[in-house]
Structure formats: structure tokens, C-alpha cells
Design a protein around this ligand. Structure first.
Ligand SMILES: Cc1ncc(COP(=O)(O)O)c(C=O)c1O
Length: 355
């Protein structure tokens, strides 16, 4: 499929932020976006055009029944080169999400090609300062105007770009995490393993309550027993018990994170023992008292690696690593950034140049 291009005249292009590290995450967008439509049998009308509001029927199915999915990835600048990190995993996951939500899939090669064309169009928006990147948000929504709970026959897929600095206002500093034993995010058989928009809406109440008491994100426990650790708001979670570095298995209710997969590989490279197994919250709390839990960190595209400095569980705070960033957490953060931005040798073939 050809991509039609309609560019914003140079004189009308937006001012870029003078200090991207100070911009609140995801609030500034580049000049252009990519979009295409699904007409019931195929994707058509692929275009790169000025970033701007969508025209949507108030009866569009996504607005009523939440049939929508998205992805999150980043582009990094190294001089003239722009690099993506394992983008094929995002396009694969987009299609897994689409299938779960009864939406059409996208040819992964075309998905990546259209993304690269958009990034090339807005290449000036890929920031250069250390700690910054271009956040990429592919999104698919059901657009058929129809009140009735059934899959839409029409869809809009689009990509928008946002220059970003750190995800947390704390930057790379230990974050405080609230363990929710009242609300749950997902249940096996549900949509937790898909990047479905409704998952995030369902998480807002617990997230808002956590912020009110000074915590950055919620750590979700499993929905049935409220015992097993699942993941954090927008991150997968790792716990280091001595030399064993553990993350919960992908059993259907958590998102299969690209960063999670990369961390498992790096931890093995470091000679530690990566393990995907169930972790109970009791094992973590006991391990914090006994000293067996050395570090806890979250990982995801937006934050990359986020050290956890304290946990709140059942009305009590627990310090993690004395509220400091652990050694492994620090190393993973530095190595991942260095690989993503092309400064460290990419021994696993993760980095894909935009060409
Ligand atoms: C719920 C959830 N879990 C985990 C992650 C981490 O996934 P990734 O490393 O692919 O960004 C994200 C972010 O996309 C997320 O929204």
C-alpha cells in the first residue's frame, strides 16, 4: 500500500520544546501523524498528514464499548542515526491485542515501514539530549457508528509521536509503590495480556487513591487470591532474592513487556539467575525483613527501569534497599539506555535503525 503524504508547510510547524527533559511526559506532539482505515475487508487510505483532532461519530463503537488497543515504543537519536528498540515485538503484540479484541491485524512489515516513514518525516522531533527520546504511540480504535455490543466493521489505526524525558517526575530515583489488595487489574481469561484501552481505565481508581497517599503507582496482585504479584501500573516487576532475579510468569493476566524480556536476557548475561515464577506478596514482605530481597524494580518502555524504594502493603510501609537504587537496578538502567541509544554493543540484535 502506498502512503500519501500531506505535509505541514515549514512556516507553520510547531516550536519544539527548548528543554525536553522538563516537559511532562506525553504532552507535546510532533507535526505529523500516520493513519489508515479498515473498511470491513482491508486497510486503506494510508496517510502521513498534519497532527490534529480526529473526526469520529459520537456513536463510534470505541467510545461506548472500549474496543481499542495501543502500543508504546521509543526512538532514540545517536547523531544522525535514529534507532528503534525491538519494534517487531511491539507489532507482534499489537496483533495479539487485536486478535483478543476481535480487531483486524496489521501486516508487521507494513506497520514498521509506516512507522519509519513517519519518523523520517518528523525526524527533527527526535531529541538528542541524554535521557530523552521520541515516544511512539500506535493506536487502533473501532469507528463504526453503531449502538450495539458487537465487533466494529470499521477501524482507524494511527501513530502519534511525542518527544519525552523521564516518565516519573522523580526521574531515575526510587519510586513508592502501593500494593492494592482491594482492587484488581485483570484475571486470567480476561484482557490483561492485551494492551487494551479498558485495562487502563479500570486501573484509574486504585492509581488515583495511591497518588493521594503519596505513592506513584499500584502493584497489582492476582484477582482470585490477592496473594500473587502480577505487575505495576505501566511496568512489569522484578524482585531480586539474593542472586535469583524473579518476575511473574506470563500466565495470561499480565502484559508481556518488551523490557521484561530484555531484562531477563541481560540478567542472564550478568551471570545471575533469571527466573519466571510466581512470587507471593508474603514472600516479598518476609524477604524484606530477612534481607533476602535485595532489590525490586519495575521495567517498561516509558520508564525503562524504575527502582522501587518502598512498598505500602496492608496499612504499613516497607523500605526496599534502604530507599536507595540497587546495584543491579542501576546497571540494567544504564545498559538498556546505552544499548537503545547505540552507545553499547548490541550483542542481541535488538536495535533497528530507521532507514
Ligand atoms: C500494564 C503494563 N505492563 C507492562 C508494561 C511494560 O511493557 P513494555 O516493556 O513492552 O513497555 C506496560 C507498558 O507498556 C504496561 O502498560
Amino acid at each position: 500500500m502506498n502512503i500519501d503524504i500531506d505535509l505541514v508547510p515549514k512556516a507553520q510547524r510547531k516550536e519544539k520544546p527548548t528543554d525536553v527533559l522538563q516537559v511532562a511526559f506525553g504532552t507535546v506532539f510532533s507535526d505529523h501523524m500516520f493513519s489508515m482505515r479498515y473498511n470491513g475487508s482491508e486497510w486503506t487510505d494510508a496517510r502521513i498528514h498534519p497532527y490534529g483532532p480526529l473526526s469520529l461519530s459520537p456513536a463510534a463503537l470505541c467510545l461506548h464499548y472500549g474496543q481499542g488497543i495501543f502500543e508504546g515504543m521509543k526512538a532514540y537519536r545517536r547523531g544522525e542515526r535514529i534507532l528503534l528498540f525491538r519494534p517487531e515485538m511491539n507489532f507482534k503484540r499489537l496483533n495479539v491485542s487485536a486478535t483478543r479484541m476481535v480487531m483486524p491485524t496489521i501486516d508487521p512489515d507494513f506497520g514498521l515501514h509506516s512507522l519509519m516513514e513517519l519518523i523520517k518525516t518528523d525526524s527533527e522531533w527526535v531529541p538528542e539530549v541524554p535521557g530523552s527520546s521520541l515516544y511512539i504511540r500506535p493506536t487502533m480504535i473501532a469507528t463504526e457508528p453503531k449502538l450495539g455490543v458487537r465487533p466494529s466493521s470499521e477501524y482507524l489505526y494511527y501513530i502519534i509521536l511525542s518527544p519525552v524525558g523521564p516518565y516519573f517526575k522523580e526521574g531515575f530515583s526510587p519510586v513508592k509503590i502501593y500494593v492494592s489488595d482491594k482492587y484488581v487489574r485483570a484475571v486470567k481469561g480476561g484482557t490483561g495480556a492485551a494492551k487494551a484501552i479498558g485495562n487502563y481505565a479500570a486501573s484509574l481508581l486504585a492509581g488515583t487513591n495511591a497518588v493521594k497517599v503519596g505513592y506513584s503507582q499500584v502493584l497489582w496482585l492476582d484477582a482470585l487470591e490477592r496473594k500473587w504479584i502480577e505487575e505495576v501500573g505501566t511496568m512489569n516487576l522484578f524482585v531480586r532474592f539474593d542472586d535469583e532475579v524473579v518476575t511473574p510468569p506470563l500466565a495470561g493476566s499480565i502484559l508481556p513487556g518488551v523490557t521484561r524480556d530484555s531484562v531477563l536476557t541481560l540478567v542472564k548475561d550478568y551471570g545471575l539467575k533469571p527466573n519466571e515464577r510466581m512470587i507471593s506478596i508474603d514472600e516479598v514482605i518476609e524477604g524484606l525483613s530477612s534481607g533476602k530481597v535485595k532489590e525490586i524494580f519495575g521495567c517498561g518502555t516509558a520508564a525503562i527501569i524504575a527502582p522501587v524504594g518502598s512498598l505500602w502493603y496492608k496499612d504499613k510501609p516497607y523500605a526496599v534497599s534502604n530507599g536507595q537504587t540497587g546495584e543491579l537496578t542501576q546497571r540494567l538502567f544504564e545498559d538498556l539506555i546505552a544499548i537503545q541509544s547505540g552507545e553499547l554493543e548490541d550483542t542481541h540484535g535488538w536495535v533497528v535503525p530507521v532507514e
